[in-house]
Ligand binder design. Structure first.
Ligand code: AMP
Length: 208
């Protein structure tokens, strides 16, 4: 089953992906994470990527295209995958079409004011990538999974958040039309489990 997950930063897209991975046994390919890994390597390419990421701007499509091609060629992708954060523009959707067709596109939707609110209070674990929120009950500042002190990503700071949400609106909205024949839309206003329930039913029926 080859899926694309669309959703702005803070929409709960990553949490949803983890549930799909668990139940359908396909890997989550997070473009943001893959790019951050390269950025933290300190290579010339990494420095270039880090500069785009810090500003909340899109990394150029030729770089992203190489990253996704390499990842899709790995053996854990043979039964399918969840593309998380790719494609993020029509140009990237065309690149993907040249590589493979996908079975379905799931769009996770939340009003922008709510996204902004969730993002400024989001904290990330530098070690395992788990995400917590200062507004959640029981927040301690340490990772719930591995107890490492959490940090605020540079692009979760208010200036970058506005840029990211704007970029998202401009680039991803056309994708909703591009994939209209295979689109499933879900609101993430409720809890993660409430968001997942209709998605699971849809994917069970899809059975690809
Ligand atoms: P994310 O973790 O998905 O919020 O992505 C963080 C940052 O990585 C974005 O603000 C972009 O700078 C970069 N990025 C992630 N996915 C893509 C993509 N498909 N195309 C270009 N840049 C991307």
């Amino acid at each position: 089953m080859k899926l694309i997950l669309l959703g702005a930063a803070g929409s709960g897209k990553g949490t949803l992906a983890k549930k799909i991975t668990r139940d359908f046994n396909i890997p989550q390919l997070s473009m943001g994470d893959m790019l951050r890994d390269i950025a933290s390597s300190g290579s010339e390419l990494g420095k270039k990527i880090a500069d785009y990421q810090k500003r909340g701007a899109l990394v150029p499509s030729d770089i992203v295209s190489d990253v996704i091609k390499e990842r899709l060629s790995q053996s854990d992708c043979t039964n399918g995958y969840i593309l998380d954060g790719f494609p993020r523009s029509l140009e990237q959707a065309e690149i993907l079409k040249g590589i493979t067709e996908v079975d379905a596109v799931i769009s996770v939707e939340l009003p922008f004011e709510e996204l902004e609110k969730r993002l400024v209070s989001r904290r990330t674990c530098p070690k395992c990538g788990d995400i917590d929120n200062t507004e959640y009950e029981g927040f301690t500042g340490n990772c719930r999974v591995c107890q490492t002190p959490l940090f605020q990503r540079d692009d979760d700071k208010p200036e970058a958040i506005k840029a990211r949400l704007e970029v998202y609106k401009n680039n991803v909205t056309p994708l909703i039309n591009f994939y209209s024949d295979r689109l499933f839309t879900v609101s993430s206003k409720g809890s993660p489990d409430e968001t997942y329930r209709p998605v699971k039913t849809f994917l069970d029926d899809l059975g690809a």
